[in-house]
Design a protein. Structure first.
Length: 343
């Protein structure tokens, strides 16, 4: 349901990035943009959620000028899928800012470094083995490459290190627990990932050999698992803090938002719901469909409307029984409703 204003004034400046003060609960500010129509947003999103049942739907919208926030199922954890790659990238860039990691550092991929699809990096192996961390960062965020994400995560200490970094920034409700090579096999009832499964055809063949009952149990366990989840409220907090340059340096913030703006995934989700001339810097997440049940379809990012108003949007859908294109269309429909609710 809707929540009341709870952030300090974030002051717009340049590209997709906003300069901002830190959150101060005692600060009272006046919004530069119209207030959210909470009643209308509640009705509109509830109607969309009803059509998605028995799938679970969660949405968040934050006005990045006033700090006013609307959420629906805002404190419910949802599977992150590849949305986690945005916080991962921020954690990598924090290490770059600290001088402990260099983006021109090069790595040579070994068989044990490969991860399940989606991964053009794995598909290209062994013909190509060498990458810079900058190339892997772009691949993980803009193209949602699982191998690139896993290599980057290992470079800074693993999933727990990313979650610990988020907690150090007072971002609650976002947790990263497993590498993609672990999560994606767990989800479909497979044994731990092996290099012979690299590539879509080989991985799908391995999936197809899993008994149907085992697949159903694995999916049910995944949807109930608190690991690798985020609440809409938690993801909004991450996006707000990122946009406010409260997480990483100005240069690193610009770099990450620029990569997110160039994402090649999710054209039918948030991007399809914003008006012409709007800009979107986002990260999608997509899980497999198991016996007609869509494990997860998500999208989250920063939207700049044509009149330069800025908002953070997060949308999570898990366990839906409609086809994935219809799930994407529901996120686009929700985005249109959210945009209407800010006018």
């Amino acid at each position: 349901m809707a929540s009341l204003p709870r952030r300090g004034l974030l002051i717009g400046a340049g590209a997709l990035v906003l300069a901002a003060c830190e959150r101060r609960t005692a600060t009272v500010t006046t919004a530069r943009t119209p207030s959210l129509d909470m009643d209308w947003l509640n009705r509109a999103v509830e109607a969309i959620a009803a059509k998605l049942s028995p799938g679970a739907f969660g949405v968040g919208l934050a006005n990045l000028d006033s700090g006013e926030v609307f959420t629906f199922n805002g404190e419910r954890p949802f599977p992150l899928q590849s949305v986690f790659k945005a916080p991962l990238a921020a954690a990598i860039l924090a290490e770059v800012d600290a001088g402990r990691v260099a983006l021109d550092e090069r790595v040579t991929l070994k068989p044990m470094d490969l991860s399940p699809p989606w991964s053009p990096v794995a598909d290209a192996w062994p013909a190509r083995r060498d990458y810079s961390l900058e190339e892997l960062l772009t691949a993980a965020v803009a193209r949602s490459d699982n191998t690139a994400a896993d290599v980057l995560m290992a470079r800074i200490g693993g999933p727990g290190a990313v979650t610990a970094w988020l907690e150090s920034k007072n971002i609650e409700g976002v947790r990263i627990d497993r590498y993609e090579r672990e999560l994606q096999t767990d989800l479909v009832g497979l044994a731990p990932f092996r290099p012979a499964w690299k590539g879509e055809a080989a991985f799908q063949a391995a999936r197809g050999a899993v008994p149907a009952a085992q697949q159903r149990r694995a999916l049910a366990a995944y949807l109930a698992d608190p690991r690798d989840t985020a609440t809409p409220s938690g993801l909004l907090k991450f996006l707000e803090q990122l946009n406010a340059r409260a997480l990483i340096s100005r240069a690193s913030t610009r770099r990450l938002l620029r990569i997110m703006a160039g994402a090649t995934t999710g054209a039918g989700r948030i991007k399809a719901g914003v008006p012409d001339g709007a800009r979107v810097a986002h990260k999608t997440g997509t899980g497999p469909t198991v016996q007609g049940i869509v494990s997860a379809i998500n999208d989250a990012g920063v939207v700049v409307l044509p009149d330069r108003r800025r908002y953070a949007i997060a949308a999570f859908l898990a366990g839906a029984t409609i086809p994935p294109p219809e799930c994407e269309a529901a996120i686009a429909e929700t985005t249109r409703a959210l945009v209407r609710g800010v006018r």
